[in-house]
Ligand binder design. Structure first.
Ligand SMILES: [Zn+2]
Length: 396
């Protein structure tokens, strides 16, 4: 069995390469905005829809007219940017068709366009280009040169696409690979349910608490302070530029921590369980937003501010994506269940009452007196719901 996977590495560009990378991103941004302008005008003035194919065939003229600018970069990467715009328009027309408020695709301001993709390794880019340097890894990018890569782990499978992203002041290369061999883990004979919470990102039905997101919350506090600071700065001033850089750097840090936390928690789970049952996050988010807050918040809840809450919400989404690919690669089964009532049902006797949940952490059944950590009680219910679903599916 083989799977698709991406690998992300920090780039170590020279000063000159950094300038070239910034120019590459900026030209792709301007290409995106020009193509958007073209489509907007045609649509608004004449009701004409311009298609990707039309814009792609314009590219060679644009390049011919701008030998020192647009012509420096890979034709294919420019096509990828036009396809990105095409995708935004398709989503726009889908929203129109569905009768929803259709926000028109927007122009990308400076700092709002942070990725360029080369759709095929070997076409305007080359992974592991090895410019006479046997030990280090380099990626060659047309117009930029051989950029050194901090390759902290091996790449598996076949490199399909190469992207470069800017996050704050750092540059990364992202490889999307297919035919990555799956690495099945030996069976453990165990099934586990997980509760996704606030005090611990994940609590298992066996009572294990994984990934305390406290450091994430601390980072979120600093981010909120940096955002307030930014709001006080005068537009276009030097201080504002610096404040923007600080906010961007903290955002990037939050992202890295979130991913790191998710990887560790997911790895522990796929090692321990053959079957992993979790809440269906789409349903969980609906119930959360309906009640206005995370269920039964206690005193020690990190979700005290909207920012903290959104950071935790994003944390659960990232965690489930990481878990999905790790489970697939390890040959583990994953089941998503409706989380309704899992936090207020007694795992011992099945009695359902809001009052069973005494505090954020404490569960005490009003009917049978069963006491447990509330998240563990929830995880046991989630496991039970998942196994029931599985049994029903096998019987059918
Ligand atoms: Zn009970």
């Amino acid at each position: 069995m083989a799977v698709r996977r991406s690998f992300k590495f920090l780039l170590r560009p020279t000063r000159q390469q950094e300038i070239a990378l910034a120019a590459c991103l900026e030209d792709h941004r301007q290409l995106y905005n020009a193509a958007l302008e073209h489509r907007r005008t045609a649509y608004r003035r004449a009701g004409v829809t311009i298609r990707y194919g039309d814009q792609s065939s314009e590219l060679k003229h644009i390049r011919a007219d701008d030998p020192e600018g647009q012509a420096r970069w890979s034709f294919s990467s420019q096509q990828a940017t036009l396809r990105k715009l095409d995708k935004a328009f398709r989503a726009f027309f889908d929203r129109v068709k569905a009768g929803r408020a259709p926000g028109f695709p927007r122009f990308k301001g400076r700092g709002r366009f942070n990725a360029v993709e080369w759709p095929k390794d070997g076409d305007g880019c080359r992974w592991d280009s090895q410019p006479a340097h046997p030990t280090a890894t380099f990626v060659r990018l047309q117009g930029v040169g051989h950029v050194r890569v901090h390759q902290h782990r091996p790449v598996m499978g076949r490199v399909k696409t190469i992207s470069v992203t800017r996050e704050g002041s750092r540059w990364y290369v992202v490889l999307s690979c297919d035919e990555v061999p799956a690495e099945p883990l030996p069976a453990t004979g165990a099934a586990g349910g997980i509760d996704m919470g606030v005090a611990s990102l994940v609590t298992t039905s066996d009572g294990e608490h994984l990934a305390n997101p406290r450091h994430l919350a601390a980072c979120a506090d600093r981010l909120a302070a940096a955002q307030r600071d930014l709001a006080r700065k005068k537009r276009g001033s030097n201080r504002q530029r610096k404040a923007v850089a600080r906010v961007a750097a903290l955002h990037a840090k939050v992202c890295r921590q979130r991913l790191d936390t998710a990887h560790k928690a997911a790895l522990a789970l796929v090692r321990a369980y053959d079957v992993i049952v979790h809440e269906d996050l789409r349903i969980a988010n609906m119930t959360r937003s309906a009640s206005g807050t995370i269920e039964a918040p206690g005193r020690n809840v990190a979700a005290k501010s909207g920012l903290n809450k959104s950071i935790l919400d994003a944390g659960w989404g990232v965690f489930l994506r990481v878990l999905a690919y790790k489970a697939e690669s390890a040959g583990r089964e994953r089941i998503a269940v409706n989380p309704a009532n899992t936090s207020r049902t007694c795992a011992e006797c099945g009695h359902v009452a809001k009052e069973n949940r005494v505090t954020q952490a404490m569960f005490r059944c009003r009917a049978c007196g069963h006491t447990a950590h509330a998240d563990v009680n929830g995880a046991v219910n989630i496991l039970r719901a998942g196994l029931a679903l599985r049994q029903a599916a096998q019987a059918a």
